[in-house]
Design a protein around this ligand. Structure first.
Ligand SMILES: Nc1ncnc2c1ncn2[C@@H]1O[C@H](COP(=O)(O)OP(=O)(O)OP(=O)(O)O)[C@@H](O)[C@H]1O
Length: 273
């Protein structure tokens, strides 16, 4: 089932020609993006291309060098109660039980609310455990519950499944997708995993050289089966675009001029049969 934006509880996010420099190094350069309320957007790109920087700017953890970010037409000025972030590490407080980690920052009488959200992530039976007793995947479920208990309008996901094994990762993807469909928040996911991006997102944005190099709509029915032709074609389109960029100039030249078949020894490097 595709997301119906009209019924969403999410916020509209606008990045208006934003740039970010660290000293003389330009990380993001004139990035413009408009994200609809309730949309699920994935940001992909090579390591160091500025994905996490973009997320930190949206979260209000850092300031843009140029340009503005708006949520529902209001400028972002620091942290907002409407926005929650989930990182690769769960960042739980080890001296607080699971339920108390989820209820962190809530009024004292909010334990009932916290336990309802724990139930939604499938961990109600672990409420009284210490975080150290949980697996990596369970800890990320707690982190997800801790974010969702605040009913965010925007959930920022900075490679939250990056450290998990393949099966747990798929389970967590399904959990996040289900919660997003029910709660209707806007989601912005940074991931290295193109397959994950195609599985979850309505739109995949590729960042390259500090700019939006690709903005691809993913119009597949949900939940998405990884093995379909349509799924594979979208995955390939993104991967081809990423790989095309960094091919050594010599290889690209040889491919274009079809010289490699004549040069023994280079055939292997090009994967030619
Ligand atoms: N606080 C900082 N000071 C200086 N440079 C920074 C700072 N934060 C990030 N950078 C630089 O900005 C660039 C982008 O970093 P960022 O973490 O956003 O990349 P990324 O695409 O998320 O990388 P990865 O996929 O490896 O996590 C990198 O070259 C990084 O070294």
């Amino acid at each position: 089932m595709t997301q119906i934006f009209q019924t969403s509880n999410g916020l509209r996010l606008s990045l208006n020609n934003i740039s970010k420099n660290y000293g003389v190094r330009s990380v993001l350069n004139d990035v413009g993006l408009n994200i609809e309320p309730g949309q699920f957007v994935a940001i992909v790109g090579r390591s160091g291309c500025g994905k996490s920087t973009l997320l930190r700017l949206v979260a209000g953890l850092e300031k843009t060098s140029e340009g503005t970010i708006q949520m529902d037409a209001q400028p972002v000025q620091g942290l907002s109660d409407d926005v929650r972030v989930m990182f690769q590490e769960a960042r739980l407080l080890p001296w607080r039980k699971v339920i108390d980690n989820v209820a962190l920052g809530l009024p004292k009488n909010a334990l009932e609310k916290a336990s309802q959200v724990l139930k939604r992530v499938g961990l109600e039976e672990r409420a009284q455990d210490w975080p150290a007793k949980l697996s990596g995947g369970q800890r990320q479920r707690v982190a997800l519950a801790r974010a969702l208990v605040h009913q965010p309008k925007l959930l920022l996901l900075d490679e939250p499944l990056g450290a998990l094994d393949a099966l747990t990762r798929i389970e967590m993807q399904q959990l996040i997708e289900g919660l997003w469909e029910n709660e209707g928040f806007t989601a912005l996911l940074v991931t290295h995993d193109v397959q994950e991006a195609v599985a979850l997102a309505d739109r995949v944005i590729l960042i390259e050289d500090g700019q939006v190099a690709l903005d691809l709509k993913i119009d597949l029915v949900r939940p998405r089966a990884h093995g379909t032709v349509e799924f594979a074609a979208l995955e390939k389109e993104i991967l081809d675009r990423v790989l095309q960029k960094k091919k050594p100039a010599l290889i690209t030249h040889l491919e274009q001029t079809s010289v490699p078949r004549k040069i023994k020894g280079l055939d292997l490097a090009l994967g030619a049969g």
